[in-house]
Design a binder for this molecule. Structure first.
Ligand SMILES: C=C(O[C@H]1C=CC=C(C(=O)O)[C@@H]1O)C(=O)O
Length: 462
C-alpha cells in the first residue's frame, strides 16, 4: 500500500475530476504506544466520541471526532435510510486498508432510538431516530493487533494542508499519557421517577396480560442523578471498564450528550456470513456466598415464569434467523449468564445468513426482541407507549457499529444511562408476564440500576 500522502493526493485528484466530495479513509497497522488502562483517557475532551468493547476483548474500537454524520428522522424507514446513505457514501469513497480485520477502515458508529413513535423528552434532544457518524480518527484493538484509521472528507478544493491537520489529530489518539481519574463530584440529588405509579402500571399490564391476547410486555423506569459539577464521560467509562468485565462496555458521545453503559445483551453480530444473537431474559439476584449463588442460579433455570419469559425471546429470534439464514443453530436449553449484580437465562443463537442480507436488515427484523418490547411485538409497543409514560430514547435501542465491508455488531442499550452536564438519567426494565408481581419487578429494576449507579459513584440501593 502506498504511503498516506500519495493516496491523499490521488483522492484530491479524484474529487477534482468528478467534482464531488468523497470520503477518504486510510488504515495502518500500528504498535499501540500505551497500555489498555489508558483507553478510557482517549475520549477526554472529545465532544463526539465512541468507545466499544465486547466482553471477550476481541474488538475494542475507539473513535474521535465526526467527519460524516448520518442522521435519520424517518420512522419505519430509518434503518433503510441509514443503509442507503451509507451505500452512497461508500460508492465513491477512496478506501486504503490492507487489513482484513472487521472493525477497520471507514465505519459507522451509532444507534437507533427504542421507539420512534413515542414522544420525545428534553434529555434526549440531541439524538434522532437514527444517529450515526464516521469518526475522524479511530483505533481498533484486537487480541493480537492494533490499527489506526483516519477518515476525512476530500473536496475538489482540498489541498495537502488537510493531511497535515489529520497528522496532528492522530497525535490526539496516540500520545495519551495521563490516566483517567475516578473522580466524580458529589451527588446532590438522586431520585426515582414515580416509582409508585410505575408499580401501578405493572399491575395494569398484568391484568391486560391475564385477560388478553398479549403474552409479555417489558416495562422500564428511570432515575435521575444530579451532581455538583459536570460529569466526565471518561471517568464513568473508566468505572464501567473496571466493574463490568463480562459485559459490552460502550460510550457514545454526541453533541455534548453521552449515552454510556455496560450491556450484557448482544442483538446481532455479523462477520461475513456468520451471524450471532443472544437471547437474554429471565433474571435472578446474585449472592456473595458461592453455594447460595449456585442455588439461586438453579432456581432460575427451573423457574416456570422465567423460562416462559425467556422462551418468548428464543422463539422470536429463532423465527427471524430462520427467515434470513440457510443454517441455524439453537441450543435446546438455556444456560446462565452472570454479571456482578444479576444472573440471567441465556441462549446464544447462531446462523449462516443468506447472501445480500445486511446487518441493518437483521437489526430491523430483530428490534425490539421480547427482551425489550414484548409479544406480540406491535401490541406490546402500543402498551409500553400508553402506560410507561416515558421516552426511552436510546435505552433498549440497538447501539453498535458496521464497517464498510458489512461486518458489525449491535447490542441492546440496557444497563445504561444518559450523561448530560451535571445530570444523569439511568434506566432499567423487566419483562412482565401474567404471573408477575409488581413488587418483585420493582425490586428487579433496583438491581438492574446498580451497575450504572455504581459507575456514577452514587450510593447503591440495597
Ligand atoms: C430490560 C432490561 O433487561 C432485559 C434483559 C435481560 C433480562 C430481562 C428480564 O429478566 O426481565 C430483561 O428482559 C434491563 O436491564 O433494563
Amino acid at each position: 500500500m502506498k504511503p498516506i500522502d500519495e493516496q491523499f493526493e490521488l483522492s484530491i485528484k479524484n474529487a477534482k475530476e468528478n467534482n464531488k466530495e468523497i470520503l477518504f479513509s486510510y488504515t495502518e497497522q500500528i504498535a499501540l504506544p500505551y497500555p489498555h488502562q489508558l483507553y478510557s483517557s482517549v475520549i477526554r475532551n472529545s465532544e463526539d466520541h465512541f468507545y466499544w468493547k465486547d466482553p471477550q476483548n476481541e474488538t475494542i474500537i475507539i473513535g474521535l471526532g465526526n467527519v460524516l454524520p448520518i442522521i435519520s428522522e424517518l420512522i419505519d424507514e430509518r434503518f433503510r435510510n441509514v443503509e442507503e446513505k451509507w451505500e452512497n457514501i461508500l460508492e465513491n469513497a477512496s478506501i486504503y486498508n490492507s487489513a482484513d480485520q472487521p472493525g477497520t477502515g471507514p465505519l459507522l458508529f451509532g444507534g437507533f432510538t427504542f421507539d420512534p413513535y413515542n414522544r420525545k423528552e428534553y434529555e434526549w434532544g440531541a439524538f434522532s431516530n437514527a444517529t450515526f457518524y464516521v469518526p475522524e480518527i479511530m483505533l481498533t484493538i484486537t487480541e493480537k493487533n492494533s490499527f489506526l484509521t483516519v477518515n476525512s472528507i476530500v473536496k475538489p478544493e482540498s489541498d495537502v494542508s488537510q493531511l497535515m491537520y489529520l497528522e496532528n489529530q492522530k497525535k490526539k489518539i496516540l500520545n495519551i499519557q495521563e490516566f483517567s481519574n475516578n473522580f466524580i463530584s458529589e451527588v446532590m440529588k438522586k431520585e426515582e421517577i414515580n416509582p409508585e405509579e410505575w408499580k401501578e402500571s405493572v399491575a395494569r399490564v398484568i391484568s391486560l396480560l391475564k385477560d388478553g391476547h398479549l403474552d409479555k410486555v417489558v416495562l422500564a423506569r428511570k432515575m435521575r442523578v444530579e451532581y455538583q459539577q459536570d460529569i466526565l464521560p471518561e471517568n464513568i467509562l473508566n468505572h464501567l471498564l473496571d466493574q463490568q468485565q463480562t459485559s459490552f462496555v460502550f460510550s457514545f458521545g454526541f453533541q455534548n450528550h453521552c449515552f454510556a453503559g455496560a450491556s450484557p445483551e448482544r442483538l446481532v453480530k455479523k462477520t461475513g456470513e456468520n451471524i450471532l444473537s443472544t437471547c437474554l431474559a429471565g433474571s435472578m439476584k446474585r449472592s456473595n456466598d458461592e453455594k447460595h449463588d449456585e442455588t439461586l442460579g438453579k432456581m432460575l433455570l427451573e423457574d416456570k415464569k422465567n423460562r416462559h419469559e425467556h422462551q418468548l425471546v428464543v422463539s422470536m429470534i429463532a423465527d427471524v434467523f430462520r427467515k434470513h439464514c440457510w443454517e441455524v443453530n439453537i441450543p435446546d436449553e438455556p444456560t446462565l449468564m452472570k454479571t456482578p449484580d444479576i444472573q440471567h437465562l441465556y441462549t446464544p443463537v447462531k446462523g449462516k445468513v443468506k447472501e445480500n442480507t445486511s446487518i441493518l436488515q437483521l437489526v430491523e427484523s430483530l428490534h425490539p426482541t421480547p427482551a425489550l418490547g414484548g409479544t406480540p411485538k406491535q401490541d406490546a409497543m402500543r402498551v409500553i407507549r400508553d402506560v410507561e409514560n416515558m421516552d426511552r430514547g436510546l435505552y433498549a435501542g440497538p447501539i453498535g457499529w458496521m464497517d464498510y465491508r458489512g461486518n458489525g455488531e449491535f447490542i441492546v442499550g440496557i444497563r445504561s444511562g444518559l450523561l448530560k452536564g451535571n445530570e444523569a438519567f439511568i434506566y432499567a426494565g423487566c419483562g412482565i408476564v401474567a404471573d408477575s408481581n409488581p413488587e418483585d419487578e420493582y425490586l428487579e429494576t433496583k438491581i438492574k440500576f446498580r451497575p450504572m449507579l455504581r459507575a456514577l459513584g452514587g450510593k447503591e440501593d440495597e
